[in-house]
Design a protein around this ligand. Sequence first.
Ligand code: URA
Length: 433
Amino acid sequence: MVEAFDAVDLIRVKRDGGELSTAQIDWLVDAYTRGYVIGEQMAAMAMAILLRGMGRREIHDLTLAMIASGERMDFSQLGKPTADKHSTGGVGDKITLPLMPLVASFGVAVPQLSGRGLGHTGGTLDKLESIPGWRASLTNDEIMAQLAGPVGGVICAAGAGLAPADRKLYALRDVTGTVEAIPLIASSIMSKKIAEGTGALVLDVKFGSGAFMVEPAKAHELAEVMVRLGEDAGVRTTAFLTDMDVPLGLAIGNANEVRESLDVLAGGGPADVVELTVTFAREMLALAGHPDEDVEAALRDGRAMDRWRAFIAAQGGDPDAALPVPRETHTVAAPVSGVLERQDALAFGVSAWRLGAGRARPSDPVLHAAGIDLHAKPGDVVVAGQPLFTLATDEAERFERALEALEGAWSIAPVGSPVESRPLVVDRITAVP
Ligand code: URA
């Protein structure tokens, strides 16, 4: 086979700030997926993209080329609309768990193909695997049957056939310091979501210490690029910019995040988790042609919980089984009375990860009972001696490094001090011209 281009020529074009043509991008992604372009060359290209950026047309072409590297799912035969949500990742982010059954309970199918946690951010599949028997791997036929049937929604692992170029490139970026490039993040996320075949998509683009993008302005730029990619591909897309400076909810981990999700499905749960669940459910339903649904009612009256139970059972799990409990716990109490003023999301995410809730390498197992339960949130008044948070793990030797991660990560101000109250949802970005 005669190759159309030379990888080194293309790297030089991008290195020197030039634009890659559609044919060059198509070839690059295809040749990299085939193994003709080697990892070292693609790493150099990823770094050139990170440093030089890409224009709108190039990002569009890159996304299409990654979609074309694998299969595309098609839900047009389902006879009902589809809607999905994607989060750029955060600490304590369990929103997908209550959201999927909630939206499905209104007759909109939710094909939620998810990933596992890597680094300090948790993974939806890891959380769900704390439920005895629950199975993350489904065939395409099983996904279709579950979406068409009474569950009407699925949360499962994205198959290897979906955007394989992204799978390979993401792993390379992870070890070459090239994750944080907007063209690469946007094309990575959107190639998978477009290939997955959803008709509508809500993006939760997080900013703050626990997010990929710390700066709101960068997160806004990423959101705009992704909304444009979605709309160009015929997927109705809305992005929300949300604060990830403090952990979401009171649970960070796996089994404890499932417990908190069950609280939300039972009509309770922490206000911030409920706010995001309800906001995203309304948007997904509206994009799928169901505006003005009373989503809170479905949380109050058990409809969403019934869907959850059906979903867990359909994927082999026992919705009534006891969730794993940790062998060891360590509670940190307030040293003084005052107002909790800070709780840094990144530090708490790293600490939970060190307790065993997350993994350092994709092949590592996670400890399902490991994590952190918060007993107070910023703005709460605390008295000396009151528990602030509890670390949990099965291996006591993990506490030392987990506690180290939390040094300087929280603080208590004197009673009466003003504590900045920040909105959770700061922007909503729709069809960008
Ligand atoms: N999530 C993805 O799927 N890809 C990225 O590049 C970043 C977050």
